[in-house]
Ligand binder design. Structure first.
Ligand code: SPD
Length: 357
């Protein structure tokens, strides 16, 4: 063998050894390889025993991270530092992400359990044909209140929150669309209003609520309300349902002026690395027994028709959390309002937050 051939053979061998070492290191740290799945979900939004069950059944290792708003989730996915295999955005964000080419089309042949989803949660306008997204949970936005602390008073309207007797009694979830929506709905405007004058009027109306606002908080809102640190909260329905099972003085109402009906769906971001495993996980979560266990654990409403059969009657017949189709027709789903309008909602919400400090 001449010297040159020997030299190239040695280089090739050394490169192979180096590549093998790097790849085994990555696999042992669980960061790479076909057998991992990185999931990005809302906080407090899964029964973690189900993740363990999935890992055991499939041999796929799950890395699980959480976010607390659609906007935070989008930023992280756009930055691309971590490549997520599954995320769980809400409807208006799914519409935005698919238009921005951030989602991978799903292979529905790999999702046989999709047949268990109630047809009324399929083929919605934010994702026609469910090309990119599969229903996970749904719900409303409303008011949770403590009947004992309010001496038996019932709250029925957004405007009830402006009662001077509620000074420093209200906790608000930290969501631009939810809080701005409360201001808009209280003035009789749509949750998808984009008229500058209406948005400013809503923000000014919210500013007058400041004396009653104790804090704007994340998932800790549940603990604070259950422990009676405040008597009223602007919440997502599932959070209300969870704390109502811990404190029987709490009740939940969707205000009479109207409110938001929302849908959180599972998607596979375009940058996903483990597409096969992602489909396996989505299909696993669609299994009726798995969905029923998850629903009972997190307290939100399941779109899985078959799962309802495995759940206690008192949950599935509770119209506060499973409102009738007639009632849901009166509620508004957030539209994707476009970059400029969404930024304006966020800016006004930020200004309101500064005002409450
Ligand atoms: N703690 C889990 C909260 C998930 C709620 N998603 C609601 C999104 C409404 N746009």
């Amino acid at each position: 063998m001449n010297k040159l051939v020997r030299f190239f053979l040695i280089i090739a061998l050394a490169s192979a050894v180096l590549l093998f070492t790097i790849s085994s290191l990555n696999t042992s740290q669980g960061y790479s390889g076909g057998n991992t799945l990185t999931i990005y979900n809302w906080g407090d939004y899964i029964d973690e025993d189900l993740i363990k069950q999935f890992e055991k059944e499939t041999g796929i290792k799950v890395i699980y991270e959480t976010f607390d708003s659609n906007e935070a989730m989008l930023t992280k996915i756009q930055q691309g530092g971590t490549t997520y295999d599954i995320a769980v955005p809400s409807e208006y964000m799914i519409d935005k992400m698919r238009h921005e080419n951030l989602l991978l089309p799903l292979d529905q042949t790999k999702l046989p359990n999709l047949k268990y989803i109630d047809k009324r949660f399929m083929d919605l306008s934010f994702d026609p044909g469910n090309k990119y997204s599969i229903p996970y949970f749904w719900g409303t936005v409303g008011i949770v209140y403590n009947k004992k602390m309010l001496n038996g008073k019932n709250l029925t309207s957004w405007n009830d929150l402006w009662d001077p007797e509620l000074q420093n009694e209200i906790l608000l979830l930290d969501g631009a669309r939810e809080v701005m929506g409360m201001g808009l709905n209280s003035l009789g405007y749509s949750l998808n209003d984009t008229k500058q004058a209406h948005l400013i009027a809503a923000k000014e109306k919210l500013d007058t609520l400041t004396p009653n606002v104790k804090a704007i908080v994340g998932d800790e809102i549940k603990m604070l309300l259950a422990n009676e640190e405040a008597s009223v909260g602007l919440v997502w329905s599932g959070d209300a349902s969870e704390i109502m099972s811990e404190n029987e003085d709490l009740d939940y109402v969707v205000p009479k002026e109207g409110s938001n009906l929302w849908f959180d769906n599972m998607v596979i971001p375009k940058t996903a690395k483990h597409i096969e495993a992602a489909h396996k996980f989505i299909n696993f979560m669609l299994d009726p027994k798995v969905a029923a266990q998850n629903t009972e654990y997190v307290g939100y409403s399941t779109p899985n028709k078959q799962a309802l059969k495995y759940m206690p009657k008192e949950i599935v017949n509770d119209e506060r959390f499973y409102p009738s189709p007639a009632l849901t027709k009166k509620l508004e789903v957030y539209d994707n309002l476009g970059k400029k309008n969404l930024a304006y909602y966020n800016e006004l919400f930020l200004q309101f937050k500064m005002h409450t400090k």
